[in-house]
Design a protein around this ligand. Structure first.
Ligand code: IMP
Length: 201
């Protein structure tokens, strides 16, 4: 396996989480903050897979000889036909805050009339690993749950205070980071990547 992995993000939180899980397989795990020449990728894809590949190949155009890992994630709500999906970060508009997006989600679900188990949803995260123009792996992680009737807890980010994972009564916003990472969509996709790295040793 390669000595260096570059994560196609400027989000230091994501890089730390990824380094913690797969860092042992690499000499170095860096992100785009170390490579200011890599342009910001436009997320124009219609699926998490597409957007994750766009981000990975966007970075590999500049960083030809590095292994690149990119992720794309979001929330799919069944009663809203999979929305907000790839638009999770901008559900309430281009400059919307996380709070605006959560308010819109509650509003749309109230309009839909969905109650209890009809408010089923899942977080998804797709990781793509590339080098140059070759794809080495695509890892798809999901976490099933339901959308609460109101916000609960102030931990985490995004839709965490509205998402109750299967088998729990509390939202991700109320559960500890450790509990969330152990069952989350990102944790799940990273575990698959880690297993793949193990098998390549
Ligand atoms: P991105 O993959 O970082 O672009 O994330 C897209 C959007 O999905 C974020 O802005 C959040 O709104 C939402 N999202 C992704 N993962 C999570 C999570 O673990 N908790 C809460 N919201 C999330």
């Amino acid at each position: 396996m390669p000595a260096k992995l570059v994560v196609a993000t400027h989000n230091a939180h994501k890089t730390d989480e990824i380094r913690e899980i797969v860092g042992k397989f690499f000499d170095e795990v860096l992100d785009l903050s170390s490579f200011p020449d890599v342009p910001e990728a436009d997320e124009y894809g219609e699926s998490f897979e597409e957007n994750s590949a766009i981000k990975a190949f966007g970075a590999s155009e500049t960083l030809q000889d590095a292994f690149i890992l990119a992720d794309d994630s979001g929330l799919e709500v069944d009663a809203l036909n999979g929305a907000p999906g790839v638009y999770s970060a901008r559900y309430a508009g281009a400059d919307a805050s996380d709070a605006d997006n959560r308010a819109r989600l509650l509003e749309e679900l109230t309009k839909s009339g969905a109650k209890g188990k009809e408010r089923s949803a899942r977080f998804r995260c797709v990781l793509t690993v590339v080098k140059g123009d070759e794809t080495f792996g695509v890892f798809d992680g999901a976490c099933e749950g339901i959308i609460a009737n109101e916000e609960k807890g102030d931990g985490g980010f995004g839709y965490d205070s509205l998402f109750i994972p299967e088998g729990h009564c509390e939202t991700f916003g109320q559960l500890s980071g450790e509990v969330k990472n152990g069952m989350s969509h990102r944790g799940n996709a990273l575990a698959q990547f880690s297993e793949w790295l193990e098998s390549e040793q």
